[in-house]
Ligand binder design. Structure first.
Ligand SMILES: NC(=O)c1ccc[n+]([C@@H]2O[C@H](COP(=O)([O-])OP(=O)(O)OC[C@H]3O[C@@H](n4cnc5c(N)ncnc54)[C@H](O)[C@@H]3O)[C@@H](O)[C@H]2O)c1
Length: 312
């Protein structure tokens, strides 16, 4: 699959800038002149100064408007490479080669790119669609187990977005099925006017736990806890029955994901963070399951949200 890279390079490209991280051992063969740019590991790399440094390096290497940026890495790399490509020369083509499970089924798909600022995560960025995304599951063999598990948290989410039989598929088929689900949702609502927000299932509590920052949780693990919470809230509101609640628990357990709130969680603080969530449009807004599947539900009663947190 990685071998198809050269055939996917758009015509007219005469130079390639690869953006990656030091620990990622994935190389691509190309007949074109190229440069390799390393960015730091972790959220630290998602900042405006890194975008500036990359653009300067692109310019020093003679990258023009017609050329190509290729992001090789997890969501951090594809978010940064994609954003740099979106602003360099007012936008040049980008291709992604996601090397984490989370990247393959989520971050590299759908064109959201961006970096963090002190005021918040992913607050500066652009919608910038890649010309191609190469998802080769062979590259996942070197991924640390915990990173792989983190991807499973996002994968579990797709079960409730039309991917009911995902657990019966091979890894390769699962990745392809998740990409299809995400691509269909994004194609219907690229700029998150409405239905794209469903991809945030489980993310409101996940973001609050991540902002809290005291817990040793990878993103997908936080999402898994958030999915369990959203299911309990939907059940408390009478939107789903017990069988559907148990289906959530079965899926999360199948992927060996956490479902309980981390010990020592401050419920007042979580409630405060809910009301600051950037997706809060009208009271407390949650993506919740219901008789017709997932939907964006505004005005979820605060006492229900608090009660369910207390019981978790
Ligand atoms: N743009 C989007 O739509 C979107 C969606 C979800 C998440 N994200 C972003 O993605 C980021 C998280 O991405 P992530 O979970 O992929 O983490 P990550 O990019 O930080 O990668 C995790 C770690 O694995 C290493 N790694 C990557 N591939 C490897 C491989 N094949 N073998 C060994 N090590 C490898 C990385 O160097 C890093 O240390 C967050 O910043 C999040 O905001 C973006």
């Amino acid at each position: 699959m990685l071998g198809e890279f050269q055939s996917l390079v758009p015509t007219g490209v005469s130079r390639i800038a690869f953006v990656t991280q030091p620990g990622i051992d994935v190389s691509l063969e190309s007949e074109l002149p190229s440069s390799v740019h390393f960015i730091p590991d972790g959220e630290e790399a998602k900042k405006l100064s890194v975008i500036g440094e990359l653009c300067s390096a692109f310019a020093s290497n003679g990258l023009t408007r017609k050329d190509l940026v290729v992001g090789i890495g997890g969501g951090v790399v594809t978010d940064v490479a994609g954003f740099a490509a979106s602003v360099y020369h007012r936008g040049i083509q980008v291709m992604h080669v996601p090397t984490t499970l989370l990247g393959q089924i989520d971050a590299a798909i759908g064109g959201k790119t961006g970096v963090n600022i002190p005021e918040g995560k992913n607050l500066v960025g652009a919608f910038w669609q890649p010309s191609a995304v190469i998802c080769d599951t062979d590259v996942l063999t070197s991924l640390p187990k915990r990173e792989f598990q983190s991807g499973m948290g996002e994968l579990a989410k797709y079960h409730f977005l039309g991917g009911e039989g995902l657990d019966k598929l091979s890894l390769e088929e699962r990745v392809a099925a998740c990409i299809q689900i995400k691509a269909d949702i994004v194609a219907a609502d690229e700029r998150e006017g409405a239905s794209r927000a469903l991809l945030n299932y489980g993310h409101t509590l996940a973001h609050a736990l991540e902002i809290e920052g005291r817990f040793d949780l990878r993103h997908g693990e936080a999402v898994a806890i958030g999915i369990q919470y959203a299911a309990l809230v939907a059940y408390a509101l009478g939107r789903i029955d017990e069988a559907r609640l148990l289906e959530h628990e079965r899926v999360l357990d199948h992927y060996d994901l956490p479902r309980a709130l981390p010990e020592g969680c401050d419920i007042d603080r979580i409630m405060e963070l809910f009301s600051r969530d950037k997706k809060a449009m009208n009271g407390l807004t949650f993506v919740l399951d219901g008789p017709e599947g997932l939907s964006v539900v505004p005005g979820v009663p605060e006492n229900t949200l608090r009660d369910v947190l207390t019981q978790m």
